[in-house]
Write a protein that binds this ligand. Structure first.
Ligand code: G3D
Ligand code: MG
Length: 183
């Protein structure tokens, strides 16, 4: 029987890198798409089934998005608290958004030091405007031992894959924690 899990995840990164668009793309086909508003955030819900270690999980993502974020806004720490995982997103057409990734990683890690993080280089469809790509994003990901993907919220390229991958890591972490509790 499938095991039910409900996990909060959040998306971080500079304004206009495509966080809201990535969520919309992923949640669009969902039958159950609910929005809850709290202190400038919007929470979307999406259920997926993920198979991990031979077990099936019905995973409900509660996806937190920041509303109306300007580029240098600080984000309320409640936004990160209790997150089981995060995407930290940059925009492949703006180099400074790659340079700011480490700041976002540090901020997230101070509140939440063991949740998995996947880095996304978004707007990969805008090939002629690209300022960095796989190599540069891979270097940052390698430094922090994180997975990364180049995505397009416009075409949908790698969007669902990225959510499933973060879901896999969240499940692995959940299972590891369970083992520790039983010791
Ligand atoms: P944010 O939530 O990180 O602030 P948004 O970013 O999702 O609001 O996206 C900012 C702008 O980038 C939007 O354009 C959106 O359509 C565009 N965008 C997001 N992702 C992609 C992508 O993968 N490819 C392309 N080509 N554009 C993208 P507008 O014009 O509506 O402000
Ligand atoms: Mg947004």
């Amino acid at each position: 029987m499938a095991k039910k899990l409900m996990k909060k995840i959040c998306l971080l990164g500079d304004g206009a890198v495509g966080k809201t668009s990535l969520i919309r793309k992923f949640v669009f086909d969902s039958f159950d798409d609910k929005y809850i508003m709290t202190f400038g955030t919007k929470v979307s819900k999406k259920e997926v089934s993920i198979c991990r270690n031979g077990q099936e999980f019905n995973m409900t993502f509660l996806i937190w998005d920041i509303l109306g974020q300007r580029v240098h806004d600080n984000v309320h720490s409640a936004y990160y608290q209790g997150a089981a995982g995060a995407f930290i997103v940059c925009d492949t057409t703006r180099l400074e958004t790659l340079q700011h990734l480490e700041d976002w990683i540090k901020v997230f890690r101070t509140v939440n030091n063991d949740a998995p993080v996947v880095l996304l280089g978004n707007k990969f469809d805008l090939v002629s405007e690209m300022q960095f790509g796989d190599k540069e994003l891979g270097e940052v990901a390698g430094r922090y031992n994180m997975k990364y993907h180049l995505t397009s919220a416009k075409t949908g390229d790698h969007v669902e894959d990225s959510f499933i991958e973060l879901g896999n890591e969240v499940i692995d972490r959940h299972l590891n924690k369970g083992v520790k509790c039983n010791e």
